[in-house]
Design a protein around this ligand. Structure first.
Ligand SMILES: C=C(O[C@@H]1C=C(C(=O)O)C=C[C@H]1O)C(=O)O
Length: 162
């Protein structure tokens, strides 16, 4: 059965791109939280769920965790950059044209992987297999504690109870 590598790696890339999101917003009036954008994402993935054989609530729960994890990273980076100005990003990427299109592609990939892993996510082995994959992806990507913690949180609802 298909493994959790791709799903987990996409989730890792999503928490890593929070660095660019934070860099785009830091020192600007744009807040970390954008509820309108969040609702748009959740509506979009929920609408696509049935066509992929997925449960809309299941998919929304997963993406809510993805979004929360992204904001955890942004807040952590804000704290770092405030305390250690020398670590502030030298460039400010454009959120709308440079960062969000990448997140849109990651979201599409994650949705596909939720469908690909549907059976595996329903098995009893899911929690252990997913945890092992998270450790591997984490090590491969060399995530620090902030991103590593966020990655774990971001996939916490990937295994289905049913
Ligand atoms: C990533 C962003 O920051 C927050 C996190 C979001 C996400 O993870 O998709 C969406 C909106 C914001 O609440 C963003 O503004 O694009």
């Amino acid at each position: 059965s298909p493994g959790f590598w791709e799903l987990t790696d996409l989730a890792a890339r999503r928490v890593q791109i929070a660095d660019k999101v934070a860099a785009a917003k830091f020192g600007t009036p744009s807040p970390i939280d954008d509820p309108v954008r969040e609702h748009r994402i959740l509506d979009s993935v929920a609408a696509k769920a049935p066509g992929l054989g997925l449960d809309a609530d299941d998919v929304m729960r997963f993406f809510r965790d993805q979004i929360e994890a992204n904001k955890v990273v942004q807040r952590g980076l804000y704290a770092r950059w405030t305390e250690h100005p020398g670590t502030r990003p030298p460039e400010r990427p454009d959120l709308a044209t440079e960062v969000r299109p990448v997140i849109d592609r990651l979201n599409a990939g994650l949705l596909t992987e939720l469908a690909v892993t549907l059976d595996a996510r329903t098995r009893r082995s899911c929690d252990v297999r997913l945890a092992v994959t998270v450790r591997l992806v984490d090590a491969r990507r060399g995530l620090d504690r902030l991103h590593s913690g966020a990655l774990s949180e971001s996939v916490r609802s990937a295994c289905r109870r049913a």
